[in-house]
Write a protein that binds this ligand. Sequence first.
Ligand code: URA
Length: 287
Amino acid sequence: MNEHTDITFTDPMAPEDILNWYMEMGVDECIADESTDRYAFSEAQMEKRKAAIANPPPASMSAPVISQKTAAPAPKVPATDEMVQDAVQRAQKSKTMDELEAAVSGFEGCVLKQTALNTVFCDGNPKAKVMILGDAPATAEDREGKPFAGLAGQLLDKMLFASGLSKEMGDRSDVFLSNILYWRPPGNRAPTPSEIALCLPFVERQIELVDPSMIILFGETAAKAILGRHESLSKLQGRWFEHSTPGLSHPVAATVVYHPDYLLKSPVQKRKAWRDLLAISERLKNL
Ligand code: URA
């Protein structure tokens, strides 16, 4: 008899039985406060489909569906000023990277921590000249507790090696890597502005402690959070900016590169990313 067969259901609808069954099946995380009635959803979808078949739109109006994120919607939880102030104080008190990591791990103000398996703080060399910031840990990073641990990380390692930013494939000792969020958003959904605001004081402090010569921002979310700019990614990518904070000894050159995750989905953009990496490695020679 296998170990799962001894669950006995006294009443198929008893809540404890359902919970026990979920736990046995490995469901150990809740990704939304309210449950979704998938049956109602599929019935509604069926009705919509039937209606669409009965009344097709004119050809000029029908557009292809490109992609749909199925992750649970982000909760509308605003970051209060006190919570952000708390994050600022904890960050400013941290005098070393270890202290900052402890401060981030102990910070309970960001709801993402409640559903994440791990705090994903950093990888690489905290004394590196080049600091890389992505947006948020995804599934592999959440599981391993390290940024860029999954497929996007493998592509990132290839990009670093090919452009001379690392000496060996997979060697991260010449860069410091982190994200602008320390916890995986449930279902890998996009982070909310509140979640970004609550992590930002720690990220700013992390930049100050590394004191890099250059920051590479991967993707639009990281670029907008750190540079405070509102242009689209295609307008930011490949340009150079200066990043300053009161705690930095000098303004740091910052540039925006297409995110490896995006390049996995749109390989045609690798050409632009490659150009940007060559410009970065050229500029590094003079730093
Ligand atoms: N995407 C990111 O932005 N960061 C990671 O760590 C992984 C995927």
